[in-house]
Write a protein that binds this ligand. Structure first.
Ligand code: GH3
Ligand code: MG
Ligand code: MG
Length: 419
């Protein structure tokens, strides 16, 4: 996906422009470009239109004809926040009619927090997709064009079957907006239930839409079936944007927490909790394809001596060093985990025992022959590996068998692999 990372400011008041840039730079790591009039805007867009994720536009530029800047930006599909000195309902109506994302007031600090959230959201929306599920094609198209002003690319579906297919095919979809009335036998409410069976609210947001005039009981039903929020038709764009922003922000927070809980802080590898969660799926699919797994326990030899001799920080460096070696030694799909301390676990699928032994031997020799260098210190490390090859229905018993082999490797002299 194309990575858009520029904010474009369109403003003719130099003083204000300077303040805006400082304000934005304080909050965002994104590049900020500026233009001062319609001519400059045209020139700029000609070469940069694919780099901008949002434009912040002064509606009353010197010499600008009625709305020409806005029209130009919208024509190029650039999410635009327009602002004026004073609030005007007339301007607001004109701008929202033109499909501007938001209309705000120029005064310093006015709506600042909201603008920051909005800008950040539009940026994040570049990386995800929405799925619109509604029986009416014209409604879907209208919603899709609204969402594109929000930086959100959207897919469309009219029925339950194609909705589930699209979700299966495209894991960039992070929000599904579902109307109660859809085509086919399965209706919106039931579809939400079907979606939730596979996609929990920790991975996918659902926004329900209920037709005009439906009672509030319906909204409650939506939420009970697993929607994160609902909105009643007809709605204005600001309402929709706010709801979407809220559910997506919440989803992001949940995902961050999930990552924090499953990633080892020191090495960036997955942790034991991740091993417990992910090994279940690996085991299920290994049973389905009837192929054994390679489960290896890896432990650094005499690591206590590294800490005792060089200190704990150097020890941490050695752990990071080994983690990098581990990552580069296996395939992307392989599960590599820091089990705790100086002990690691690797699970390989779809691989013969011979191939697995070869890979672990290469790793062992690589660790043995490379030195960990930290300023003037050079440390020679080695690892012992215990390998279990086979398939059992719980991870604990396979780990235990690998651990027994590791124990053998340690007792027979270390720096070796035992099967
Ligand atoms: P063996 O060859 O039998 O495995 O000996 P060993 O010294 O590696 O094993 P032992 O279990 O006696 O010592 C492990 C050491 O790892 C003790 C502990 O302080 C250290 N350790 C555990 N976690 C960390 C960590 O996060 N950072 C550092 N620097 N050391 C750690
Ligand atoms: Mg050790
Ligand atoms: Mg140990």
């Amino acid at each position: 996906m194309n990575k858009k990372n520029k904010i474009l400011l369109i403003e003719d008041d130099q003083e204000l422009l300077k303040r805006k840039i400082e304000e934005l730079a304080r909050h965002f790591p994104y590049e900020i470009d500026t233009v001062h009039n319609f001519i400059e805007l045209q020139v700029y867009i000609a070469s940069h239109k694919n780099d901008i994720f949002i434009a912040l536009l002064d509606y009353y530029l010197d010499g600008a004809k009625e709305g020409e800047n806005v029209d130009f930006l919208i024509k190029h599909n650039i999410p635009t926040i327009a602002y004026t000195q004073e609030y005007s309902t007339e301007i607001r109506d004109i701008l929202l009619e033109k499909c501007v994302l938001e209309y705000l007031i120029k005064k310093p600090n006015s709506d600042l927090l909201y603008s920051i959230r909005l800008i950040e959201r539009v940026y994040q929306n570049n990386f995800i997709k929405a799925l619109i599920v509604d029986g009416s094609k014209s409604f879907r198209n209208k919603l899709a064009s609204n969402l594109s002003q929000f930086g959100l690319e959207s897919l469309q579906s009219s029925n339950a079957k194609s909705t589930l297919e699209l979700l299966h095919e495209d894991n960039n979809i992070q929000i599904v907006i579902i109307d109660l009335d859809i085509s086919g036998e399965i209706q919106g409410m039931e579809l939400i239930e079907d979606i939730r069976e596979k996609y929990p609210s920790t991975t996918l947001a659902i926004l329900g839409m209920s037709p005009h005039g439906y009672n509030s009981q319906l909204s409650i039903e939506f939420l009970k079936k697993g929607a994160n929020d609902f909105i009643t038709k007809p709605f204005v764009k600001e309402q929709l944007n706010l709801r979407i922003m809220q559910v997506l922000e919440l989803l992001d927070t949940i995902k961050e927490k999930h990552i924090e809980a499953t990633i080892d802080q020191l090495t960036g590898l997955k942790n034991r909790r991740a091993l417990e969660i992910e090994s279940k799926e690996i085991i299920t699919s290994a049973f389905t394809s009837n192929t054994p797994l390679s489960v290896a326990m890896i432990d650094i030899d005499h690591f206590k001596a590294v800490n005792d001799t060089y200190g704990h920080d150097v020890g941490d460096g050695v752990l990071r060093f080994l983690s990098k070696l581990l990552k580069s030694s296996f395939r992307k799909k392989d599960l590599i985990v820091r089990n705790g301390g100086e002990e690691f676990c690797v699970i390989l699928e779809d691989m013969s025992l011979e191939k697995a032994i070869e890979l672990f031997e290469i790793l062992r020799v690589k660790v043995d022959s490379s030195l960990y260098v930290d300023s003037k210190i050079k440390i020679d490390i080695s690892i012992s590996i215990g390998l279990f090859y086979g398939l059992e229905n719980n991870i604990a018993s396979m780990l235990k068998k690998a651990d027994e082999k590791l124990y053998e490797a340690k007792n027979s002299g270390r720096n070796r692999l035992k099967i």
